[in-house]
Write a protein that binds this ligand. Sequence first.
Ligand SMILES: Nc1nc2c(c(=O)[nH]1)N[C@H]1C(S)=C(S)[C@@H](COP(=O)(O)OP(=O)(O)OC[C@H]3O[C@@H](n4cnc5c(=O)[nH]c(N)nc54)[C@H](O)[C@@H]3O)O[C@H]1N2
Ligand SMILES: Nc1nc2c(c(=O)[nH]1)N[C@H]1C(S)=C(S)[C@@H](COP(=O)(O)OP(=O)(O)OC[C@H]3O[C@@H](n4cnc5c(=O)[nH]c(N)nc54)[C@H](O)[C@@H]3O)O[C@H]1N2
Ligand code: SF4
Ligand SMILES: [Mo]
Length: 866
Amino acid sequence: MKDLGLGNTVKTTCAYCGVGCGVLATISPAGEVTVKGDPEHPANYGRLCSKGSALADTLSSIGRLVSPEIGGVKTDWDTALELVAKRFQKTIAEHGPDSVAFYVSGQLLTEDYYVANKLMKGFIGSANIDTNSRLCMASSVAGHRRAFGTDTVPGNYEDLEQADLVVLTGSNLAWCHPVIYQRLLAAKTTNPAMKVVNIDPRRTATSDIADLHLQIEVGADVTLFNRLLLAIVDSGHVDHDYVAAHVNGFDAAVEAARNEARADLGISDADLQAFIDLWTGTEKVVTVYSQGVNQSSSGSDKVNAIINCHLATGRIGHAGMGPFSVTGQPNAMGGREVGGLANMLACHLDLENADHREAVQDFWHAPAMPDQAGLKAVEMFDAVADGRIKAIWIMCTNPVVSMPEADKVRTALEDCDFVVVSDMYGDTDTALTADVLLPATGWSEKDGTVTNSDRTISRQRRFLAPVGQAKHDWDIISEVGRRMGWERAFAYTAPEDIFREYAALSSLGGKFGKDFDISAWDIGYDCMTPTRWGKERYFGNGGFYHADGRAKMLPVQYTAPKSAPTDAFPLRMNSGRVRDHWHTMTRTGQAARLSQHLAEPFIEIHPATAERLGIKPAHLVEVTSPHGKAIVRALITDRVRRREVFVPIHWTGQYSSAGRVDALVTGYTDPVSGQPESKATCVDAQPFAADFYAFAVSTAEPQPDCAYWAKARVDAGWRMELAGAKPADWEAFAISLFGKGDVTSVIDDARGIARIAVTRNGKLLGALFAGPEPVAVSRSHLASLLGEAPDAVLAGRPGADQPDAGPIICSCFSVGVNTILTAMEKDGLMTVEAIGKALSAGTNCGSCKPEIAQLIARTAIREAAE
Ligand SMILES: Nc1nc2c(c(=O)[nH]1)N[C@H]1C(S)=C(S)[C@@H](COP(=O)(O)OP(=O)(O)OC[C@H]3O[C@@H](n4cnc5c(=O)[nH]c(N)nc54)[C@H](O)[C@@H]3O)O[C@H]1N2
Ligand SMILES: Nc1nc2c(c(=O)[nH]1)N[C@H]1C(S)=C(S)[C@@H](COP(=O)(O)OP(=O)(O)OC[C@H]3O[C@@H](n4cnc5c(=O)[nH]c(N)nc54)[C@H](O)[C@@H]3O)O[C@H]1N2
Ligand code: SF4
Ligand SMILES: [Mo]
């Protein structure tokens, strides 16, 4: 591995979620990288979750794009950049500035984002730059702006620790913001009076710490918070002084809540009352919300329904109180500050405000500024599809997997005149549609800043040299800007130049009375320590950003998800994340230890629904909607409601034959924020007819040829699940997967059973276990045999003298479910701590603690019932 300072420890920030944990990365004299949590970082104080702990496992150069490519052929940077600049210029000259677009990402660093925005809005003169944050944070942004007059997150992480009631709604914090979750858990342990309520149509790992779980129907949030608002009013909990001094719209909001038409929430009256009693009866309450709120056709209204309750009670801007939208991506917040959305300018200035626009134009010495918002993500890809946009540059996001109606997005890109993709990897589903591929540096290779969920700006620092010819995003964009004729405006030589310009620009934020102004910062860029911008908390004593300085309560009412169930598509499909994967898996899929926890795409489906549809446990399910289909494994569980199913979003064409679930999702959006309704499309689910099911392990990456496959990395190669039409020749099928070698097989054609091992020089190349039903073999055991010279592979399980660990729960120490169950049953270890002491499970990152707790609870219940 190439290095920049062997033996040195570099302070950087995690590549993944919006918690924004500080990371210490050290390169040993042998060139090996290790990562640890930074004990001094105010987001994590030394903690890391499973993904953060495995950051070093994702630094391999396998699959990296190492040079620019045009039409799939390698080329040099000069040729590629010249082509990009000339094609954009030509398209703009022929069809105007709005015929081109940038689709960017909340994973770009602030400096990358700033330059992309400046090029599109100030110099190309179009606002057609939007970001995947449209799929993520847009409803929170809209809700904040409607209520506060600007996009401000009023509180900070400490508030969760200082609260007496924390409401987690539409958030699976345990898996998606694991370090905040751990901080909450620790706070709850020291303050046993603290209560947690979880509002989620699904029971998740997060529900386990909740004192109350409200399993509302998907989409019912506005009704729930309207009920709460009425209860606040009727039980005398309104803070009349605060409302009189600082809030407009109180009466209209209450009246709208009173006239709310929807009655049923899908939960019991007793649970609803318990929630209301807790909320009204607790002064220090924080309501945390995430994608279950944002990704909805009523997402902005959901946000305002929540904020209304905090404004009515004055519970905002004081320690332990307030609405708290947690951000998803590492720089989702930075993107909002720097004006990444099609309707925003940097520093929370508004594109459609002429004074703001002119001030930014002057500052940039920009030739042209658009006076209207550009196309939002879904509209942008519609415009690509119908030819209004003829050239698009996609940076740091994978829309062929993550956008709704993803098959349509793919076709639109395939048919588009000119598609440029900047990515670390060249084989993503989106990269496959590109005319020009530009290799970007990734985490560990690039320098810049990110802002986390509580407005703390931290440095990402590089400690490795770029792979191949990869370049930094800011550098690529600046080069194109210069080649389009704007040499001076894009003459940056380092991210520090850009940050300084941005900080200077932010004085306009101050000038126009906005919250974001870091122009007075003493920026020691190289030695910058994590710093929260603005105040510690906002709005405790008013000071809102509407013209009159007051907040607005919004009159909001329930509107149903736009996709309505029909006889053909009767089930509502919810979607979201798993613990150990990040989005489209381009990085976490590289790490064997992150790929064991959940190794294939699945559908959570209620037992009664599964029975009605004839779907059996572990069988495959074909899920269809009017837009597409997916094939996924049945996970039958009462964690979901009867008419709702849940699917994970992570699987792509690289890791599965048909796991791209956004192919099914309808592109309905919230009318205010433009955010897609990613969690509520109506679908059908039917058993997938397979002649055979198989499990296989292989040292080489297999390219399976069957209707269903899903593959995942293991330490010595790959594991995969397969199914489909029975191959004519099992041995030939095995060799097509593993390569040629010595074949040992047990084949029983009559029963449809095949067990095949292929070795070369005595070492196991691959093994296949097939049968007419899903096969029960020890997957972790078989993966451990790859490259070894084992006896008795075809038994499929370890010998009687060796324990079978079972599916891995603790990815840091590879501890399986069977090992934990044995410790519970044989050794009587019935606490998470005792299991940690004995097996180390849960003692590094702690991300698996909720699942260990769940195993203990289940065993305890079973024992009590016996
Ligand atoms: N492990 C992991 N962590 C991540 C990410 C990742 O890919 N993997 N991605 C990061 C990003 S970018 C983001 S945006 C965050 C997302 O973080 P979260 O929003 O916490 O994650 P999701 O799993 O998308 O959705 C959260 C929950 O919303 C629920 N939900 C669905 N519909 C409704 C509804 O109508 N009402 C309510 N109240 N709840 C509903 C779902 O059942 C789900 O459990 O995670 C970040 N962290
Ligand atoms: N149905 C459904 N759909 C969803 C969601 C959902 O809950 N349900 N969630 C939505 C949300 S909240 C989000 S945030 C999106 C996420 O969706 P995407 O943004 O599409 O997912 P990622 O896999 O994070 O894509 C990042 C890409 O950038 C590349 N990359 C990484 N680092 C760099 C870099 O420094 N520079 C460049 N140029 N490239 C880099 C990665 O290899 C990868 O290809 O998905 C959305 N889609
Ligand atoms: S919680 Fe995990 S993924 Fe998120 S920033 Fe921290 S270590 Fe990274
Ligand atoms: Mo996100």
